[in-house]
Design a protein around this ligand. Structure first.
Ligand code: ZN
Ligand code: ZN
Length: 240
């Protein structure tokens, strides 16, 4: 990293952050701990992203062992199963594969944290089980940032980046991970991108109240977290 980059990062890390209002950030980009809801629909289990869990990790050893479990552990092709998608960072140092056709859920998150941290109007996130994902290259070349803990040590929930080009790879919670469909390779060569777009089509928008633009796609739009806030129309008006 350049010295200016390092200084800037140090500056950002030292700055005390003001407390956020309750529904300002999504789960990963949260300095608060909202309650968990709306994700209990997956297979009867309740995968949560971890930052919604008010209790500390089960044991510190669980987190220190992170490199030995999915998605970081090395698994044989037999263990992993058929590869459905491949993804990579911009520079190619980090590559990964997915064993699942479609995410558990896909969302556009318009929260301020996602806008700032992705440098984008909103974040497109696809939720997967951690075991659906395996790194095929560069798992050792990852870097982390936990906004809730304010650290670049590996602490869940965390954002995960390529250490070289800094492409966001995923947001990892304690139970599931959020991938960014833009990094899926077939988006490069799949002619009209139909299969890719259909597979990662979003279910809803969250934090639409913080949007920088309207998205008239007719999808459910929540003012904050899904199932825990008001439903809005495409123009952001509260629905009756
Ligand atoms: Zn967000
Ligand atoms: Zn990279």
């Amino acid at each position: 990293m350049s010295s200016i980059g390092a200084l800037w990062t140090a500056f950002l890390c030292r700055r005390p952050l003001p407390p956020a209002p309750p529904s300002f950030f999504c789960r990963i980009n949260s300095h608060r701990i909202p309650t968990m809801a709306g994700m209990a629909q997956y297979n009867g289990s309740s995968p949560d992203l971890g930052d919604t869990n008010p209790s500390p990790p089960k044991s510190p050893a669980d987190e220190s062992e992170w490199s030995k479990r999915p998605p970081y552990s090395i698994r044989s092709p037999e263990e992993f199963g058929p590869v459905k998608w491949r993804g990579k960072c911009q520079c190619g140092q980090v590559t990964y594969q997915l064993s699942r056709d479609r995410p558990l859920k896909s969302k556009f998150c318009h929260c301020r944290g996602c806008q700032v941290m992705h440098g984008a109007p909103f974040q497109w996130a696809a939720i997967f089980h951690k075991s659906d994902l395996a790194f095929t290259r560069g798992a050792e070349g990852l870097t982390f940032y936990s906004s809730s803990a304010g650290t670049r040590e590996y602490t869940l929930p965390t954002k995960v980046y390529c250490s070289f080009c800094r492409t966001p790879i995923m947001d990892e919670g304690r139970n599931v991970c959020l991938l960014f469909p833009q990094a899926i390779e077939s988006a490069d060569y799949d002619g009209d991108r139909k299969h890719w777009r259909e597979a990662f089509e979003i279910d809803c928008h969250i934090f639409y109240g913080k949007r920088v633009l309207e998205v008239p796609d007719g999808k459910p739009k929540w003012s904050g977290l899904d199932e825990q806030s008001d439903l809005l129309d495409d123009e952001g008006r509260k629905k009756e």
